[in-house]
Each structure stands twice: as structure tokens, then as C-alpha cells.
Design a protein around this ligand. Structure first.
Ligand SMILES: NC(=O)C1=CN([C@@H]2O[C@H](COP(=O)(O)OP(=O)(O)OC[C@H]3O[C@@H](n4cnc5c(N)ncnc54)[C@H](OP(=O)(O)O)[C@@H]3O)[C@@H](O)[C@H]2O)C=CC1
Ligand SMILES: [Cu+2]
Length: 471
């Protein structure tokens, strides 16, 4: 069914944005207003020419599909007086309540009060701004909920006509969840942000104590010099926190002798936070890189440079020029190199985590990027920090090295890496693969039909879905 005419009640931001898209796609749009004579919509924008504004009751006669672009609080007072003329219409509730309300949603109230109408809830997750200006409309998704599949299809057809994708969510009893969607402002970022903040705070406190109280560096070195160390430590800590839970999950599976048991709740939540933790690691590493570039010089990184000294004879009488060039020594070069590669690999992770890229990766490439490239990135990061510590570890008291931020910050990442290497050893790696191919301890092997030499059948491999805990 192709509805080529649409009615929109209200002349506000949402109504005008939706009209712009509809008009551009050849729809005849009629708006319903409380004061139609004062709403010269077609004069407001050249994109809205041809849009007619009528009184609310007159407007609804123009199409079967009526979008309710009015505040949720005035939906009932607007519609009840014109109930008779709404008979048989499809009412599209786009509202997001200003305040959280308990009890029935607007859509549910509409169903109750307008039994002769079909009610569809949707479009509320869009913003008027993106609707009006969105260039890549293909990636914009509308969620629809309704008790009537015909009504849903009519609204979905309109949405598809203006370049939107539709997700059908179910009946009107799911509208509460739909209204909560835009409210989930943190969208899975709440806990990871808190964790990142805690990691940063910890290193800030330690770094400030270490350099400005214990070592008496001048306070003016705090913003760049000290913060650079803090950012580096935070980055590698967050990176470790991103890859540690995958290995812990593997250990849990080995211990259970099965992959069919649920992980402990906290591990499960930790596994789901990895993307966000990885992105926070990337942000911290980028800051570390910028700050490093800002002050990389022999004055700050003595140990990384061949420092040239000149001696002037005491009885010098005439002017002399001394060319001084301080090149980086091999420690400096290697450290910067390893750090740069680590950042590069981390960036590739960041790009791969963009939804538009993730959607286009098949599971195998995704696994390669997230797990293989990710662990190589961790390896580079760990060796980058180790290159700062190891060359000097014997030339100064061990207790001094241990207190250093580089040494401390590398403990957890090294442990994470070591754990992963252990899991690659045949004695653990082979049982783990068997478990991930479905083998269970304590179940008759013949009954399971799993390849027992531990090498998964290659044909199984490509058909399988990516297993989250493998990363
Ligand atoms: N703006 C956005 O980004 C989005 C908005 N929505 C939803 O769309 C609906 C409209 O939002 P939006 O366009 O931003 O709001 P606006 O305040 O910009 O517009 C609301 C319009 O509703 C009409 N209206 C009818 N009755 C009343 C009343 N009692 N009080 C005030 N206005 C009334 C008015 O038109 P007139 O004066 O001509 O009668 C007014 O222009 C809301 O339910 C909102 O939750 C959903 C997704 C995104
Ligand atoms: Cu570094």
C-alpha cells in the first residue's frame, strides 16, 4: 500500500523536519495546527513549499496516516475533541515524554481511547536535526511498535520512502522500552567511563606523589611532563583491562570443561565492556602521544639522547661557535618506534569498532582485528614500556626501578600477555579449542561427535559464528 499523502499534527521542529524529507520524496504533506492562519510554513523554508497548514480537524481528513508531532502532554487534549474524524486512521505517536511517567504510555492511552484507530509508536529515537540534515539517511533507523501489522506496514512504507530503515519491535506493550531508548544516554558507557576515571585518578595520584612530592620536580612540569606519564600508564592499564577478561573467560571454560555454562555475572559484564575500555585506552594513548611529541627533547628525556658536552678553556679570548647536535640513542629510537606501532594498531581497533565498519566485517576478519591485531598491539605497548625500564634496571637500585611508573604500569599488561601466551600452549590451547567446538567434559566422546585430536574441522570453522570470549 502506498500512502502518498501524510498528515502531521503540530508545526514544531519535528513536524517541519519530517515534512522536509517527505516533500523531498514527493509526498503531499498537510499540517494540522491550532492556529493555521499564523503558521505560514511554506514561507519558512523553500523545502517546505507546497505544505498546507489547516486546522487540526480539517487536516486529518487529508490522509489515512496521521503523525502526532505535538508534545506528549497535549496529545489527548488535541485528539479527543476531533475523535469522530479520526475513525479508521493510523495514528503515529512519535513522542518522547518530557518526564518519566509511570503507568500507560501515550501509545497505550491512544489504543485505549481510540479503539477505531490503529496506533503505531515510532520515530521517537530520531532527532529532528538529523532527520532534516541527515545526508547518510541509509544508516538512520526507526523503531516501530504496533498491535496492527497492516498499520506498521503503512508507516514502514513511508519511512522507507524517505530513506530510513525500519526495525519492527513488536506490540504496543513494548512502547515503554521504545521511549527508554533515547534516554539511555550512556548507552553502555557508564561503567567503562567510571573505570577509566578511576584508572586515571589512581595514576594521577601516584604520578603526582612520585614526581612532585617524592622527587621534587617543579610544579610547572605537571601539565605536560607528569601528565604524559600518567596518560601512558592509564592507556596501558586500560588496554590490559580490555584483554584480560577474554583470557579469564578461557580459564573459566577450561575449569568448567564446557562452554555451555554461563560466566559469573561480573565477568560477563566485564566482557561486554571491552570495546569501551579499548576506546578509552586509545584516547589515553593518543593524549600520551601528543604530550610526548610536545616535549621530546634531551632536556626531558636525558636517557634517550647522546648528550654532547663542550668544554671551554678558561683563558678563552676570541669568539667561538660550537655545533651541538644531540641525536637520540638506540633506546630512545626503539622506545618511540614501539610506541608508535602500538598506537597505530590501537587506532585500527578503534576504526574497526565504528558501527559502520563493524557491520561490514565478517566474523573472521573481526576476530583477526580484535583478537590477533589487538594482542599484537598489547605486545608492542608492553615492549615500549619495557624498553624504558630494562636498559637501566641493573644500573640503579632495584627499589628505585620498582617505584617507577613505567615498571608499575607494565605489571598488569605483562601478566595479561603472559596469560594469553600460556593459553596458546598446546596443553591448554588444544583442550580450549575442543571446548569451543562444543566438547564437554564428562559426556561420552562418541556421542559428542567432536574431533578429538583437538584440531577443528576446517569446514566447521567458516560456518561458525564468532565466539565472544575468544577475543
Ligand atoms: N524535536 C525532536 O528532535 C524530536 C521530537 N519528537 C517528538 O515530537 C513531538 C513534537 O516535538 P517538537 O516538534 O520538538 O516540539 P515543538 O514544541 O517544536 O512543536 C510542538 C508543536 O505541537 C503543536 N501543539 C499542539 N498542541 C500544543 C500544546 N498544547 N502546546 C504546545 N504545542 C502544541 C504546536 O503547533 P501549533 O502551534 O501549530 O499547533 C507546536 O509547534 C514531541 O512529542 C517530541 O517528543 C520525537 C523525536 C525527535
Ligand atoms: Cu609511552
Amino acid at each position: 500500500s502506498s500512502v502518498r499523502a501524510v498528515v502531521i499534527l503540530g508545526t514544531g521542529d519535528f513536524s517541519r523536519a519530517l515534512s522536509t524529507r517527505l516533500v523531498a520524496n514527493g509526498y503531499r504533506v498537510t499540517m494540522g495546527s491550532r492556529r493555521p492562519e499564523r503558521r505560514n510554513i511554506s514561507a519558512r523554508s523553500p523545502h517546505l513549499s507546497g505544505v498546507r497548514v489547516l486546522g487540526q480537524e480539517d487536516a486529518v481528513a487529508e490522509s489515512e496516516v496521521v503523525f502526532l508531532g505535538i508534545p506528549s502532554t497535549s496529545v489527548m487534549e488535541t485528539l479527543l475533541p476531533i475523535k469522530a474524524s479520526l475513525r479508521g486512521k493510523v495514528l503515529v505517536d512519535v513522542s518522547n515524554p518530557e518526564v518519566m511517567t509511570k503507568g500507560a504510555t501515550v501509545a497505550e492511552l491512544l489504543r485505549e481511547n481510540f479503539p477505531e484507530c490503529d496506533v503505531v509508536k515510532g520515530f521517537n529515537t530520531l532527532s529532528a536535526y538529523s532527520l532534516e540534515s541527515g545526508q547518510s539517511l541509509g544508516s538512520m533507523v526507526v523503531h516501530l511498535a504496533s498491535d496492527s501489522s497492516q498499520a506498521t506496514e503503512k508507516v514502514a512504507a513511508v519511512a522507507r520512502d524517505i530513506g530510513l530503515q525500519c526495525v519492527v519491535r513488536g506490540g504496543l506493550n513494548t512502547t515503554r522500552a521504545l521511549e527508554d531508548l533515547p534516554r539511555e544516554a550512556w548507552g553502555g558507557w557508564g561503567v567503562p567511563l567510571l573505570v577509566s576515571f578511576a584508572v586515571w585518578l589512581l595514576w594521577t595520584i601516584y604520578g603526582t606523589w612520585r614526581y612532585h612530592i617524592h622527587k621534587t620536580h617543579a610544579a610547572e612540569r605537571w601539565p605536560v611532563n607528569t601528565n604524559n606519564k600518567i596518560a601512558g600508564c592509564a592507556a596501558i592499564t586500560l588496554l590490559a583491562l580490555c584483554y584480560l577478561p577474554g583470557s579469564i573467560a578461557a580459564i573459566v571454560q577450561l575449569k568448567n570443561g564446557s562452554k555451555h555454562q554461563a560466566f559469573p555475572r561480573c565477568l560477563d559484564r566485564w566482557l561486554k565492556m571491552r570495546k569501551q575500555l579499548g576506546l578509552m585506552a586509545l584516547a589515553s594513548a593518543s593524549l600520551h602521544c601528543v604530550l610526548s611529541l610536545a616535549h621530546i627533547s634531551p632536556a626531558y628525556f636525558k636517557k634517550w639522547y647522546d648528550v654532547r658536552t663542550i668544554s671551554i678553556p678558561a683563558n678563552q679570548t676570541s669568539d667561538m661557535t660550537f655545533p651541538i647536535d644531540s641525536r637520540m640513542n638506540w633506546i630512545g629510537e626503539v622506545t618511540v618506534y614501539l610506541g608508535s606501532i602500538a598506537l597505530l594498531l590501537l587506532c585500527s581497533q578503534g576504526v574497526a569498532s565504528l558501527p559502520s565498519v563493524t557491520e561490514r566485517l565478517n566474523w573472521r576478519r573481526w576476530w583477526l582485528l580484535q583478537s590477533v591485531v589487538g594482542h599484537i598491539g598489547l605486545l608492542f605497548a608492553v615492549t615500549h614500556v619495557a624498553a624504558k625500564v630494562l636498559p637501566f634496571i641493573f644500573s640503579r637500585p632495584f627499589s628505585t626501578s620498582v617505584q617507577g611508573m613505567s615498571f608499575l604500569s607494565n605489571l598488569l599488561p605483562s601478566f595479561t600477555l603472559l596469560l594469553r601466551i600460556c593459553l596458546l600452549l598446546p596443553c591448554l590451547g588444544i583442550p580450549l579449542r575442543k571446548i569451543r567446538n562444543g566438547w564437554e567434559r564428562g559426556v561420552d566422546d562418541e556421542e559428542q561427535g567432536v574431533v578429538l585430536d583437538g584440531v577443528a574441522k576446517e569446514e566447521d570453522e567458516d560456518g561458525a559464528v564468532c565466539r565472544m570470549e575468544e577475543i
